[in-house]
Design a protein around this ligand. Structure first.
Ligand SMILES: [Zn+2]
Length: 357
């Protein structure tokens, strides 16, 4: 069964981790043996062949580049123009993958339907199918001004989350209590006029409320879990989940373990020792289903290449291809085949079809 994953940072991995994602996961890991510059060296779980193996035929793929002010402890660029250039390098990588037939960019309904048809075609092997990608910008810092949103849209940007970690130029994000700034509210209005999808992931509680009140167009939470199960400001409160449900939104369950299992300590907790299996994400799914009374609002937003690897992924997930195991795990928890289809692809498809009709 085809899967849709609404959050991967593929180009960031290609350019900043120097990973050739055309290779297998084991080849990428082997090349990184001995490197210690990043915590997840030699532990990555994502590559294009692994996506094909797992029939993850469509992903929402990010451009991501932060701007930081002097004195910030976060990594980032020293000017918005540099951040923009970084995001354009990432775009160039996606375009090169498209030229090589590895990926194909999806920007509209016709492209989406063609791509779904291709992935449903049993006569063609998965290994021969390109990975479809919808471009999303995670954190808007790199848009030098709002005119740059139009340049990005022309390049196929279809979703945007104004915030990421820390203070942002348009909206403050995770780890802060800040708002969406006036410039960010203007950005939201401009996105609305372009019919873009607003990603509310990484907004603060006050930013979430501002966005939900102002934004008229489609909203999703690309990679986001439940605060009532793992208490952190990065997670959605029950009230926020109910607001998203009321708008017909979809929430992508993230597999970064600190957001999945309670009391995870980065660099100390261990997936196997601490019993962090793939099945744990279904606790978050179940919680949202109970609030909704149906399975229409949950989906995959794995973030499996988001600055972590095996050390912070479910112990029974060797590569992203193992997301296929969600199917039997959901069945074991009593989900019907129809509901499993919704989780694995149909909920994202419903939202995209409505957004792009
Ligand atoms: Zn993120």
């Amino acid at each position: 069964m085809m899967l849709i994953d609404a959050h991967l940072d593929l180009a960031m991995n290609a350019l900043e981790w120097n990973r050739d994602l055309k290779l297998s996961v084991s080849q990428i890991r082997e090349r990184e043996m001995g490197l210690t510059d990043k915590v997840d060296r030699g532990k990555g779980v994502v590559s294009l062949p692994a996506l094909r193996e797992g029939k993850v035929g469509l992903v929402v793929a990010t451009q991501i580049a932060r701007y930081v002010e002097k004195g910030s402890s976060l990594p980032g660029w020293h000017s918005p123009e540099q951040a923009w250039a970084q995001s354009q390098g990432q775009l160039a990588w996606y375009q090169a993958m498209e030229t090589m037939g590895e990926m194909v960019q999806i920007t509209d309904l016709a492209g989406l339907e063609n791509h779904i048809q291709l992935w449903n075609d049993q006569k063609i092997k998965s290994a021969e199918k390109p990975i479809g990608f919808i471009l999303s910008l995670e954190g808007a810092d790199s848009l030098v001004n709002i005119d740059f949103l139009h340049k990005a849209y022309t390049n196929g940007l279809r979703a945007l989350g104004p915030a990421h970690y820390g203070p942002g130029r348009y909206a403050d994000g995770t780890g802060t209590t800040g708002k969406i700034h006036p410039q960010g509210l203007d950005l939201l209005r401009e996105m609305d006029s372009l019919g873009m999808i607003l990603d509310i992931t990484h907004l603060t509680d006050v930013g979430f409320q501002q966005a939900m009140e102002l934004y008229q167009g489609p909203v999703w939470a690309s990679h986001h879990n439940c605060r009532s199960l793992v208490d952190h400001q990065r997670q959605l409160t029950d009230d926020q989940i109910k607001q998203l449900i009321a708008r017909g939104s979809v929430i992508g369950g993230s597999l970064d373990l600190w957001m999945v299992v309670p009391n995870w300590v980065r660099g100390v907790s261990d997936p196997l020792r601490d019993g962090a299996a793939l099945e744990k994400i279904i606790d978050h799914y179940d919680h949202i289903c109970q609030l909704a009374g149906n399975a229409d609002h949950i989906a995959i937003g794995s973030d499996l290449d988001g600055m972590f690897g095996k050390e912070q992924s479910p112990y029974d997930l060797e590569t992203i291809a193992d997301l296929q195991n969600l199917h039997p795990l959901l069945a074991k928890r009593g989900y019907s085949e129809e509901d499993i289809d919704k989780v694995l692809h149909n909920n994202w498809l419903r939202l995209l079809r409505k957004a792009w009709k």
